[in-house]
Design a protein around this ligand. Structure first.
Ligand SMILES: *[C@@H]1O[C@H](CO)[C@@H](O)[C@H](O)[C@H]1NC(C)=O
Ligand SMILES: *[C@@H]1O[C@H](CO)[C@@H](O)[C@H](O)[C@H]1NC(C)=O
Ligand SMILES: *[C@@H]1O[C@H](CO)[C@@H](O)[C@H](O)[C@H]1NC(C)=O
Ligand SMILES: *[C@@H]1O[C@H](CO)[C@@H](O)[C@H](O)[C@H]1NC(C)=O
Ligand SMILES: *[C@@H]1O[C@H](CO)[C@@H](O)[C@H](O)[C@H]1NC(C)=O
Ligand SMILES: *[C@@H]1O[C@H](CO)[C@@H](O)[C@H](O)[C@H]1NC(C)=O
Ligand SMILES: *[C@@H]1O[C@H](CO)[C@@H](O)[C@H](O)[C@H]1NC(C)=O
Ligand SMILES: *[C@@H]1O[C@H](CO)[C@@H](O)[C@H](O)[C@H]1NC(C)=O
Ligand SMILES: *[C@@H]1O[C@H](CO)[C@@H](O)[C@H](O)[C@H]1NC(C)=O
Length: 231
């Protein structure tokens, strides 16, 4: 008597799960001009289906990717987890020799996805450097930019952020310009065009695979919202 009822319940549960899945309006991928977008990216018309929307509509020359308030041009997809990007905000800063070039974090910090660009070059931006800090950076080049002293090396090197606590310095990494010889200005070491790589956290990937929605709570920690997501 017992087993048939159990089977029946399991059958009903499976059916319910199937219905929930079929009801979900999010597609696995979206066509964006000549390539496809997959989670964590999504078409801007279905912005709830991913974490970072992309506006693929004409007449803008390139699709626009929203990783922060101001979008970047998405030039293409290099591989499964790499985009080619042109950052027009950075391009303007470099062109105008703006000290903002060094004070802006251009990639979002998220517990759900990590972003990186490589190769990149590190600068240390120090406010009012103490003699200890000046000594620490004696093998670096320096440039004064507004209220900041910028320390850097011309080649990508392995760096540690040991110096940072309490020193008044912040570490900043930006995409390095390849090819051309160096003209002398620190701004010309960098390029607004770069390969952006992303890596979805395991938790978020599992959550997404089970049909949930990856979210962060008020303290910027991951949580998975169960249930179906509709666009
Ligand atoms: C998409 O088109 C651009 C030029 O519009 C081209 O550079 C790129 O290689 C194309 N990408 C793919 C995946 O075909
Ligand atoms: C997004 O919506 C706009 C306006 O509603 C439409 O013109 C455009 O074709 C849509 N894009 C996609 C990729 O569906
Ligand atoms: C996408 O970009 C087009 C212009 O290329 C603009 O008209 C449209 O409003 C944008 N869509 C959204 C949802 O921001
Ligand atoms: C960069 O920083 C400046 C000054 O803090 C701010 O006005 C500007 O909006 C920032 N730009 C971006 C793209 O975050
Ligand atoms: C810079 O490159 C290093 C080494 O490849 C990498 O570990 C780091 O995440 C990169 N930084 C950024 C901001 O992409
Ligand atoms: C900047 O570099 C010059 C030449 O190496 C050095 O004499 C000077 O002390 C440095 N300034 C700072 C603030 O680190
Ligand atoms: C970066 O890409 C833009 C748009 O594709 C192009 O116009 C520009 O010349 C490139 N700049 C550099 C420094 O490679
Ligand atoms: C991606 O993230 C996972 C954990 O979230 C980590 O184990 C893995 O090494 C990362 N891969 C890369 C290429 O950074
Ligand atoms: C956010 O999530 C973390 C980890 O689950 C938890 O410890 C913390 O209390 C949560 N914070 C808020 C404000 O919900």
């Amino acid at each position: 008597m017992a087993p048939p009822i159990k089977n029946h319940i399991i059958f009903l549960l499976l059916r319910l799960l199937f219905l929930i899945k079929a009801d979900s309006k999010c597609q696995k991928s979206y066509i964006c001009r000549n390539f496809t977008l997959e989670f964590p990216f999504t078409d801007i018309n279905h912005s709830k289906c991913g974490l970072f929307p992309v506006n693929c509509s004409l007449p803008h020359k390139n699709p626009l990717i929203y990783l922060r308030e101001f979008p970047m041009d998405l030039l293409g997809k290099v591989s499964d987890n790499k985009f080619l990007i042109h950052d027009s905000v950075l391009a303007n800063y470099f062109n105008w020799r703006s000290c903002n070039s060094f004070s802006n974090v251009t990639l979002p910090k998220s517990p759900l996805v990590s972003f990186s660009y490589s190769p990149n070059l590190t600068t240390f931006n120090c406010f009012n450097p103490s003699p200890t800090v000046v000594d620490y950076f004696k093998h670096y080049e320096n440039k004064s930019c507004d209220i900041l002293e910028i320390y850097y090396k011309r080649e990508a090197t392995v760096v540690s952020d040991d110096v940072l606590p309490g020193s008044g310095c912040t570490m900043n990494q930006m995409p390095i310009r390849s090819g051309q010889g160096f003209s002398g200005e620190v701004f010309d070491l960098f390029s607004p065009n770069f390969t952006l790589e992303w890596n979805l956290s395991e938790d978020c990937y599992e959550c997404y695979k089970r049909g949930g929605q990856c979210l962060t709570n008020e303290s910027n920690r991951f949580y998975c919202k169960r249930g179906n997501v509709s666009s």
